[in-house]
Design a protein around this ligand. Structure first.
Ligand SMILES: Nc1ncnc2c1ncn2[C@@H]1O[C@H](COP(=O)(O)OP(=O)(O)OP(=O)(O)O)[C@@H](O)[C@H]1O
Ligand SMILES: [Mg+2]
Length: 499
C-alpha cells in the first residue's frame, strides 16, 4: 500500500513541529526517517495514526484522500503504529491488549476474542514469534512487549507499519531479529516507516531515507550514503562520531564496591560477588547483554534496590542502607536507565525537572518557597547548553520529544558538583549530534577528576568512553579488562566465555 503526505503542518503554540511536510512511501518500501531530537518525527507519525490532528495538509492512501480522526480510522485504512513509548497496559494479558480499544472499530469490531486469538497465533507462527497470548504484559521482557505491539498492528491487517524508534530499547540480538521481521514484512508487500537514530541500522534496512530538521524535510538520501554524510544531513554540521580522548589522569579510588549482593524479594540473588573500584579521573564501563544484573547494580548505587548486602562507599562514606536522596547527597550524579520512571516528574515543568534534588538549595528556595524566576533562569541556561528544544521552559516536561526528555536528565545530573557520576544508557534515544555532546561532557567530568561508572549496552559507546571495562554475566562480574580489548574478546566475555 502507498502512503502520501502532502504539506502537513502542525504547531504547538509558537512552535512549528511540522512545517509543510511532503512524504511519499511506496508500496512494499522501508522508508527511514532521520532527524535530530525534536525535529518533528513522532509528531508527524502521530498525525498519520490519528493521535494528533494537523493544522493543514492531507493524507492519501493508495492515491485517495483519507480522513483520520483517531487510531481506529488509521487501522481501518491499513495503517498501524508501534510507539516510541509503548502503549500496552501492563496488567492486561497479551490477547486483552490486542483486542482492547478496538471493540467498536468497523472492521475489527467483528473480531471476537477467539478469532483474535486464532489470528494472533497464526501470525506469530508465521514470523516464528514465541508468544503466550495469556501472559501478563508486565511480566514480559521489553523485546517481547514490542513484538506484541507489532502483532497487534498485524492482527488488524496493517499494510503500512510505523515503527517509531523501535530499536532504542532492544539488545543487539533483538535488533537483528527485528530487522529480519521488517524484511519479511516488506517481502509480503507491507510498507514500513522506520524511525531510528542508529545510522548503521538505517543503512542496513532502508530503501530510502528522508531527513527532517526543525519540522521541515531537508533532504532525501540513499542508504549507500556514509554514516558521516547522514549525520551531517541530520544535524546540519559535521559530527564527530568517535570522541577524542585524553589519556586518563587516574587518582585515588572514589567508589569502592565490596562483596555486593542484590536479592529479589523472594531472596534469589540477582547480583552476587561483585567487587570493583572506580578512581577519580577514570571511566569504568559495565558492559554486558541486557538482563545480566547491570540494571540492578546501577540502581543499587543510589539505593533504588531494597535487598542489598555488602558495601558501597563513595569518598569513604557507606551508601548501603541510606535513602535515595541521602545517597545522591553524598556526591553522586545519577542518570537512570528509565527516564520516565526514575528520572523525571512528567507533570512538573521542564525548568523544575532541571533542578530536582537541588531544589532545596539556594538560589531556588527563599525560606520555604521555590523562586520560579530563579528556576526558570537556571533552566534556560541549562537548556541552551544542552540544546534542549522546547516551546516554553514552563511547559510540562512530558510535552518534550523523547530525546529532549533524556537531555533534561543528563543536563541536570552533569551540572551538579559531585564525586561520582553513575550513568545508565545516557545516550539512549539521542540523535548523533547530542550523543557527541554528551560523550564530550562525560569525558570532561572524568578529566575534571570525577569517577565515572557507565552502564551501556552499546558497544560503540563503551569502547568510545571507557578506560576499563567490566563485563557482567549472570549477575557476576566475569572480568575487568583494559579498554584496548578486541571486540571479539569483548563479545565472547559478554556471552559468558572467559579465556
Ligand atoms: N503536546 C505538545 N505540546 C507542546 N510541544 C510539543 C508537544 N508534542 C510535541 N511537542 C514539541 O514538538 C517538537 C517535535 O517533537 P517530536 O516528538 O515530534 O520530535 P521527534 O523528532 O520525535 O524527536 P525525538 O528524536 O527526540 O523523539 C518538539 O520540540 C516537542 O517539544
Ligand atoms: Mg520521537
Amino acid at each position: 500500500m502507498s502512503l502520501e503526505l502532502n504539506a502537513i503542518t502542525k504547531s504547538f503554540g509558537a512552535l512549528i513541529a511540522n512545517d509543510g511536510i511532503n512524504l511519499a512511501v511506496n508500496d512494499g518500501e522501508i522508508h527511514a526517517i532521520l532527524g535530530e531530537n525534536g525535529a518533528g518525527k513522532s509528531t508527524l507519525m502521530n498525525i498519520v495514526y490519528g493521535l494528533l490532528q494537523p493544522d493543514s495538509g492531507e493524507i492519501k492512501v493508495d492515491g485517495k484522500v483519507v480522513t483520520i480522526n483517531e487510531p481506529s480510522d488509521a487501522l481501518a485504512v491499513g495503517i498501524g503504529m508501534v510507539h516510541q513509548h509503548f502503549m500496552l497496559i501492563p496488567v492486561f494479558t497479551v490477547l486483552e491488549n490486542i483486542v482492547l480499544g478496538h471493540e467498536n472499530t468497523s472492521k475489527v469490531g467483528k473480531l471476537k476474542l477467539h478469532e483474535a486469538r486464532e489470528r494472533l497465533m497464526k501470525i506469530a507462527n508465521e514470523f516464528g514469534f514465541e508468544i503466550d497470548p495469556d501472559a501478563y504484559v508486565e511480566n514480559l521482557p521489553v523485546g517481547v512487549q514490542q513484538r506484541v505491539e507489532i502483532l497487534k498492528a498485524l492482527v488488524y491487517e496493517a499494510k503500512v507499519l510505523i515503527l517509531d524508534e523501535p530499536t532504542a530499547v532492544l539488545t543487539p540480538q533483538e535488533t537483528d531479529e527485528l530487522i529480519e521481521v521488517m524484511k519479511r514484512l516488506r517481502a509480503q508487500g507491507t510498507s514500513i516507516i522506520f524511525i531510528s537514530h542508529k545510522l548503521r541500522e538505517v543503512k542496513a534496512v532502508a530503501d530510502r531515507i528522508t531527513v527532517i530538521r526543525r519540522g521541515k524535510v531537508v533532504a532525501t538520501a540513499q542508504p549507500s550514503a556514509s554514516q558521516e554524510e547522514l549525520a551531517a544531513l541530520m544535524v546540519g554540521r559535521p559530527v564527530n562520531l568517535m570522541p577524542d580522548k585524553n589519556p586518563p589522569k587516574v587518582g585515588a579510588p572514589i567508589l569502592v564496591v565490596k562483596d555486593l549482593e542484590i536479592l529479589d524479594p523472594s531472596g534469589r540473588a540477582l547480583v552476587s560477588d561483585v567487587d570493583f573500584e572506580v578512581c577519580a579521573g577514570e571511566v569504568l564501563a559495565i558492559a554486558g547483554v541486557q538482563g545480566n544484573g547491570q540494571s540492578e547494580l546501577a540502581e543499587a548505587m543510589v539505593n533504588l534496590q531494597s535487598h542489598v548486602r555488602g558495601s558501597i562507599t563513595v569518598g569513604g562514606v557507606e551508601i548501603v542502607g541510606k535513602s535515595v536522596h541521602e545517597s545522591l547527597h553524598e556526591g553522586i550524579a545519577f542518570v537512570p536507565e528509565s527516564r520516565e520512571l526514575n528520572g523525571l516528574i512528567g507533570s512538573f515543568s521542564i525548568a523544575e525537572n532541571l533542578i530536582l534534588d537541588t531544589h532545596r538549595e539556594a538560589p531556588y528556595t527563599k525560606g520555604f518557597a521555590l523562586s520560579p524566576k530563579a528556576v526558570a533562569i537556571r533552566g534556560e541556561e541549562q537548556a541552551k547548553e544542552f540544546d534542549i528544544r522546547y516551546q516554553s521552559i514552563q511547559d510540562p516536561v512530558s510535552s518534550l520529544s523523547g530525546g529532549n526528555k533524556q537531555k533534561v536528565v543528563v543536563a541536570r545530573e552533569l551540572s551538579r558538583p559531585v564525586k561520582l557520576v553513575v550513568a545508565s544508557q545516557p545516550t539512549r534515544g539521542l540523535d548523533v549530534g547530542s550523543i557527541e555532546f554528551v560523550h564530550e561532557r562525560i569525558l570532561a567530568e572524568r578529566d575534571a577528576g570525577r569517577a565515572v561508572l557507565l552502564f551501556s549496552t552499546e558497544l560503540d559507546e563503551v569502547v568510545a568512553l571507557a578506560d576499563r571495562i567490566a563485563v557482567m554475566y549472570a549477575g557476576k562480574i566475569l572480568a575487568i579488562v583494559d579498554a584496548t580489548v578486541s571486540r571479539e574478546e569483548l563479545g565472547l566475555l559478554m556471552a559468558g566465555v572467559k579465556k
